[in-house]
Design a binder for this molecule. Structure first.
Ligand SMILES: [Zn+2]
Ligand SMILES: [Zn+2]
Length: 154
């Protein structure tokens, strides 16, 4: 596990404005879950910033934003950015991860209620997939559309 400090830039205003907070924190851990809870604890408990959903990303040498959302991503970040540990946190105003679709069942894994993005088949009557099943291509032959996040909010 790399020693030292991690720089975090928290973009805490909605897109378009440039408000940000730069902080250094001791490298929390090589575990993504631990990193995530440390960030939450720091921003929302120590700094008392408004609690929100956020996403984590870093900027690679081509100036692309690389999403960091699980342990696998984190391992890559640690390997690639050993000398320049800099993460960006941005408010994720898409709250769809937390939407519960009451009474809607995923027709692949049978999760009910369906939580998160809901995908609906354009060809089959009444065929829905959850986010995980859609990304695993559980219904590959047909065209799926994402149901807008502001509908069916529980
Ligand atoms: Zn499913
Ligand atoms: Zn279908």
């Amino acid at each position: 596990m790399p020693e030292g400090f991690l720089k975090i830039t928290y973009h805490y205003a909605p897109a378009g404005s440039a408000k940000k907070l730069n902080i250094f924190v001791p490298m929390p851990s090589d575990q993504f879950d631990h990193l995530y809870s440390e960030i939450e604890r720091y921003l929302f408990e120590k700094r008392d910033l408004p609690v929100c959903n956020f996403r984590i990303y870093w900027i690679d040498s081509d100036s692309d934003e690389i999403d960091l959302s699980n342990q696998r991503d984190y391992v890559i970040f640690l390997a690639k950015c050993e000398k320049n540990m800099h993460l960006h946190i941005a408010i994720d105003d898409d709250l769809s991860n937390f939407i519960t679709h009451k009474g809607i069942e995923c027709d692949s894994c049978k999760a009910c209620p369906l939580i998160g993005f809901r995908y609906r088949c354009m060809q089959c009557p009444n065929f829905d997939l959850c986010q995980a099943c859609e990304s695993a291509h559980k219904h590959p032959k047909h065209f799926m559309v994402r149901i807008p996040a502001n509908q069916h909010r529980a």
